[in-house]
Design a protein around this ligand. Sequence first.
Ligand code: ADP
Ligand code: ZN
Length: 614
Amino acid sequence: MTQDIREVLRRTFGYPGFLGQQEAVIEHTVAGGDSLVLMPTGGGKSLCYQIPAIVREGVGVVVSPLIALMRDQVEGLRQAGVRAAFLNSTLSYREVLEVEAAVERGLLDLLYVAPERLLGERTLELLSRARLALFAIDEAHCVSQWGHDFRPEYLQLSELRDRFPDVPRIALTATADEPTRREIVHRLGLGRAAMFVSGFDRPNIRYAVVPKNRARRQLKRFLEERHPGHAGIVYCLSRSRVDDTAEWLRGIGVDALPYHAGLGAAVRRRNQDRFQREEGVVMVATIAFGMGIDKPDVRFVAHLDLPKSIEAYYQETGRAGRDGEPADAWMVYGLQEVVALRQMVEGSKAGEMRKRLEVRKLDAILGYCELTTCRRQTLLAYFGETPSGSCGNCDNCLTPVAAWDATEASQKALSCVYRTGQMFGAGYLIDVLRGLGNERIRRFGHDRIPTHGVGADLDPYRWRSVFRQLVAQGLLSVDMEGYGSLRLTEASWPVLRGEEEVLMRRDLRPARAARKRKPKETPPPPDPATWDESLWEALRARRTELAKAQAVPPYVIFHDSTLRDMVHRRPRTREEFASLSGVGETKLSRYGDEFLAVIAAQERVCRTRGDVRP
Ligand code: ADP
Ligand code: ZN
């Protein structure tokens, strides 16, 4: 009686094949085994438990902390014809009773439950009366007390094993590191579970870091050139910067909303809801906005401030492009924040151990910013993977950056720091190096020191780049009193004595970089010969209408990739329509005719215009 899992994949979800380890996980779970699944965001974790829940007898119980998303997740499943429901605090008592009745009568394939709800006696008893297909523990890293998503309720999930020893459990997370993995196994009692670990690469994300010049103008250009009208996230460090940036973006016509812990819960919920359910909303946020984003079509993540660590950066940028379509991880980064972050870490009141760890993490992210080689290689190596070759989809691969021998410039900069008494910031030091004779310089007598004017060969832009990289490489340190004055470190001396060479990135001047870059539209249609923008727009408009009518997010009707497939393949019959990726039987019967009509109408327009169609 077991349905073939490939059959379910095709008929219910409309996909021709499995991704990565999906099939192995699903087979293992269908056979009743426990497992721990580590897969990157967008890797297709959901099907790993959804298909076994459909195939196995009884209801699959999904534990998830993301209450705000349950409604949409369940809606997505129902659209595909899966019998799904959820239990959380947003339901009325009546609705709870209905769901409970459905569970008892065996009418559900999947039930999403918040952890605190699941562990309540009422739910546990309900489940012990029902037939259970499996437990899926989503976002399993929430059990880790060291992570920033810790949920105390998750600690009690080990109870499931004791109460329901025969029901297979599958824990899933996108958090890669080894300590977290060990903690999940330990806390959830998964000692005998099979481990499925996937590579963590996100090939559809393009990584880029640009030297900060005028951040807003750079962001504006980035949005105009690559993401007009697209949904995305802009991360800032502070609440006030979030508010200012969101307001400024609205001023230039971007549909931007703020999100940070200082906003009232109702405002936060409203903004998150709009971001999740509407198209083309840009969320400007502090890192408080993170967990609970399950929007597949986030086209970019932009950082206006440096994240604290590579882990944080990878997690934050990982929210882009879950649907596998091209997406950007873009960051501006400059001297000022290198100085500020160094100061913050050095001056931190944390214990010695903790501080050393923070310094290491900061060094790693600074090193990442200053790379002249493939960024993806470095990211993956950081997570213990060995990628093969450069990726061809990061800024350094696409526009190779020269490294230059900055030994002499570094010596000049360092000796200028030394000669001026290690009490000035980069701006002043650059003026001295370039031989300016302003009042302040004369007052300190720095127009008479040997380094005055030795740096006239480089312009201020290049000097800022030199100072930034000296600080990033630990060849200069920053005072802790908050004036941002630069000091020599132990590592400075070998450079000054000519024993060490210094290599630096040759930053492209933003203006020049911009002129060189051709304006690009994103995501580029793979084959321009079959692309028809007006058909695309018409299909999107129909999808929005259908979504509005049912009060659901557009992507639960069809993903962008399915619409794109329609544009390229232009199906004329239901049969052709059924062969599109993402069209299962239920969606075919619900929406096939609607979308076929849009395509047919468009063809007629083209014929009367006399366009030639392939
Ligand atoms: P995760 O939870 O791991 O971040 P999801 O389960 O949300 O990822 O899946 C990410 C995207 O990949 C979704 O848009 C989903 O529809 C799509 N997807 C999942 N499995 C397949 C598959 N076998 N074939 C094609 N697309 C898939
Ligand atoms: Zn690369």
